[in-house]
Design a protein around this ligand. Structure first.
Ligand SMILES: [Fe+2]
Length: 326
């Protein structure tokens, strides 16, 4: 399989803004530039906004060739389009959209983004992302069909061209989606419940039955930098961040992990608290060089990684730009 020479990852949408973070130039092997104090206070600029969601703009290069992938599109078009403008990013330069899974904090900005798209653009998604979803709270409240905003025919009408598959997609040299992620790590993945009144996420399966939503549609994005290692991106990691890394290793044959970035799903109320330490141990064993827990990772994970993997942890913020392999 071909490799990419280098990759840049710009955080377009994320839960946190911190305008006081320093740039990291070679410190601990990290190369990160921040949208910091000067940008926020410069009257010529527009300050970026945070929301509960994620969107990463990936620019992978090999020789003279470049591929730009928008991995998830945030929760709202309002914030997504605002941040694209604030960060001086042009939709015309984007080659592909990948939706990690069919939850609103990942696909929410898709229709407003497509309205602004100057030409046709492929959108990769797993077919299960379109099955009706229900969220059940412990007090009897139910959010029925909360993913109704993600409909295949609406995506495929204008500039969008839906690429619906469970399989990995190689988008460019060294840039691929994971496709469906096997659940091999004992502590990861949703707990399956037969009782659809219990708190949790449920989904109408293709046979019409309401079942525990195991989020089989969750897929990651991988950039293979050869000897430099893999950069593994997760949306919410409902499949498990360790499982996602194992899948990336299996698909590429590359065992070295340069970085893992994205939602680790460790802040969710039904995720066992001990999963934070188990994940930390696993990422240490995998010798992950740069660890960036984002979005749904939770305060406990930030605390654990920033102390337990101090040299590897990098705090995320909207507008931060990471460079790997250059
Ligand atoms: Fe999420």
């Amino acid at each position: 399989m071909w490799r990419a020479d280098d990759v840049e990852i710009l955080i377009l949408v994320e839960n946190q803004i911190d305008m006081l973070l320093p740039d990291l130039e070679g410190d601990g092997g990290h190369c990160v530039s921040r949208t910091g104090l000067i940008h926020h206070f410069d009257p010529k600029e527009i300050p970026v906004q945070a929301e509960n969601g994620i969107s990463l703009l990936v620019t992978a290069r090999r020789g003279r060739h470049q591929m730009r992938v928008m991995f998830d599109v945030g929760m709202t078009g309002r914030v997504m389009l605002h941040n694209l403008e604030a960060l001086h990013q042009d939709l015309d330069s984007i080659d592909h959209i990948v939706i990690s899974h069919g939850h609103p904090d990942h696909y929410g900005g898709i229709l407003p983004v497509l309205e602004e798209f100057p030409r046709a653009v492929p959108i990769a998604s797993h077919p299960d992302a379109f099955l009706p979803r229900y969220a059940v709270m412990g007090d009897g409240r139910v959010a029925p069909f909360y993913n109704e905003g993600f409909q295949a025919d609406r995506l495929d009408g204008g500039p969008g061209r839906l690429v619906m598959t469970k399989d990995p997609l190689e988008l460019a040299s060294g840039v691929l989606t994971t496709g469906e992620i096997p659940r091999n790590t004992s502590f990861e993945g949703p707990v399956v419940s037969e009782d659809t009144r219990k708190p949790g996420l449920y989904q109408v399966a293709s046979d019409g039955q309401l079942r525990t939503d195991e989020v089989w549609d969750e897929q990651g994005l991988v950039i293979d930098l050869g000897d430099e290692g893999l950069v593994v991106l997760t949306g919410c990691a409902h499949a498990g961040v360790v499982n996602t890394i194992h899948r990336a290793q299996e698909l590429t044959g590359n065992q070295r992990i340069r970085a893992v970035m994205g939602g680790f799903h460790l802040g969710f109320p039904t995720t066992p608290v001990e999963n934070v330490d188990k994940t930390l141990e696993a990422l240490r064993d995998l010798e992950v060089q740069t660890v960036v827990p984002m979005h749904c990772s939770g305060l406990r994970a930030h605390t654990a990684f920033s102390t337990g993997m101090e040299d590897n942890y990098v705090q995320p913020a909207v507008g931060s730009n990471f460079i790997f392999g250059a």
